[in-house]
Design a protein around this ligand. Structure first.
Ligand code: GLU
Length: 447
């Protein structure tokens, strides 16, 4: 059987040779679903894996726009509509200079299983552009977004493909894209999520990803006989996900001791709490170099320029910045420091080599596909709110979010038990996510 999984990995490598991030997630997922394939030879007969690793559709387009100096700029836009077995393609748009098909396909592929784990009717997709909103004026961002949508509008819709935000795409960008979409199509519908609440957006969506991560971490700790309250937590990043994570950790009595930015990390042994969390919000919109100003404002905090927070001793680590921020050397340091729990907040923040090392050394790892699914789950609530022409209260959203996260944890543990996987929550999440998609794909025939 190992040869069979290897065969699919080889196919992926041959067809996507220059896309290491995509190959990384394909390998991670396929290795862990091997026992399911053993139990279901009909999946192999049906070419299910060959189909799963190939996006249903990939759209690549030119995005011309005029900057504030009257100069024409050209970026590249993408949308990878990966899998619609469970519902309309659903996933964010990422605007960052390093965006290329390998990053978006990794994110789109992960989104299939993440969305499946929520138990909600959403397929998987991801898109974006190599456009960098940092340092651009509002007017430039608006012109870029309008040009981007002038092409993408024909491929999306409330029952077809529902984009949202991701790195570089927040409420402002979604607002501009939604405005242009509405102008072209003359439809005020649920094509977008992550909208402002005055545009039909969901109360609580901004903090949903971070809150969900903490609910997942709480369940994970509880499962292993520990509690979140009183734990020290090393968190990375300073964006939306970090802010939501820090807020909820603080509320549940854990102590956040680090945050990080492009300039390094902050160690704040007094805890990132109270007005410091509000200050995070200010830093979030600054775009860069957030640590130096934090250390200036709060002199007890120490600033480590050019370093990552994984060298700090903590009870729990929650990487919330970006993909592959924990490498093997970081994993070795964490284990040497007695690390017991890692809960992934960002998408694929840990390399496969680092995950293997952590797991071999007894660290319990909660995978991002499960832990950060609260954001997209609330996006689906937003779709439902828009389709029903109603408004959910924040309390209702928080309640549903918590229930969904608790259930995701249960599903992962259940898969671990059914397949004798011990504490391997990564394999458990991959299997539980895969099973739902596979069943739906089998019923829909060879499409
Ligand atoms: N970009 C987020 C994620 O990685 C949210 C996607 C969405 O809400 O559609 O899950």
């Amino acid at each position: 059987m190992a040869n069979l999984v290897q065969k699919y990995i080889d196919i992926a490598k041959e067809k996507n040779a220059n896309e290491p991030e995509f190959l990384q997630t394909v390998e991670e997922v396929l290795m862990s679903i091997e026992p399911v394939l053993e139990a279901h030879p009909e999946y192999i007969e049906a070419g299910l894996i060959e189909r799963l690793i190939e996006p249903e559709r990939g759209i690549v387009f030119r995005v011309p726009w005029v900057d504030d100096n009257g100069k024409v700029q050209v970026n590249r836009g993408y949308r990878f509509e990966f899998n619609s077995a469970l519902g309309p393609y659903k996933g964010g748009l990422r605007f960052a200079p390093n965006v290329y098909p390998g990053i978006l396909k990794f994110l789109g592929f992960e989104q299939i299983f993440k969305n499946s784990l929520t138990g909600l009717p959403i397929g998987g997709g991801k898109g974006g552009s190599d456009f960098d909103p940092n340092g651009k004026s509002d007017a430039e961002v608006m012109r870029f977004c309008q040009s981007f949508i002038t092409e993408l509008y024909r491929h999306i819709g409330p029952n077809t493909d529902v984009p949202a935000g991701d790195l570089g795409v927040g409420g402002r960008e979604i607002g501009y894209m939604m405005g242009q979409y509405k102008r072209i199509t003359n439809q005020y519908d649920g094509t977008w999520t992550g909208k402002g609440t005055s545009n039909g957006g969901l109360a609580g969506r901004t903090e949903a990803t971070g809150f969900g991560i903490v609910f997942y971490a709480r369940e994970m700790l509880k499962h292993f006989g520990e509690e979140l309250k009183g734990k020290t937590v090393a968190v990375s990043g300073f964006g939306n996900v970090t802010w939501g994570t820090v807020t909820k950790l603080d509320e549940l009595g854990a102590k956040v001791i680090t945050i990080s930015g492009p300039d390094g990390y902050i160690l704040d042994e007094d805890g990132v709490t109270g007005d410091k969390i509000d200050y995070l919000l200010e830093l979030r919109s600054s775009g860069k170099n957030i640590c130096a100003p934090y250390a200036e404002k709060y002199p007890n905090a120490k600033f480590f320029a050019g370093k990552k927070p994984w060298e700090v001793k903590a009870d729990l680590y929650i990487p919330c910045a970006t993909q592959n921020e924990i490498h093997i050397e970081d994993a070795q340091t964490m284990v040497a420091n007695g690390c017991k729990f890692l809960c992934e907040g960002a998408n694929m923040p840990t390399t496969n080599e680092a995950i293997a090392y952590l797991q071999e050394n007894g660290v319990k790892v909660g995978p991002s596909k499960a832990a950060n699914a609260g954001g997209v789950a609330c996006s689906c609530l937003e779709m439902s709110q828009n389709a029903e022409h109603i408004i959910f209260s924040k309390e209702d959203v928080y309640r549903q979010l918590e229930g969904i996260m608790v259930n995701i944890f249960k599903l992962s543990v259940d898969a671990c038990e059914r397949y004798n996987l011990g504490d391997n929550l990564i394999a458990g999440a991959n299997i539980a996510g895969f099973e739902r998609v596979a069943e739906a794909m089998m019923m829909q025939g060879i499409v």
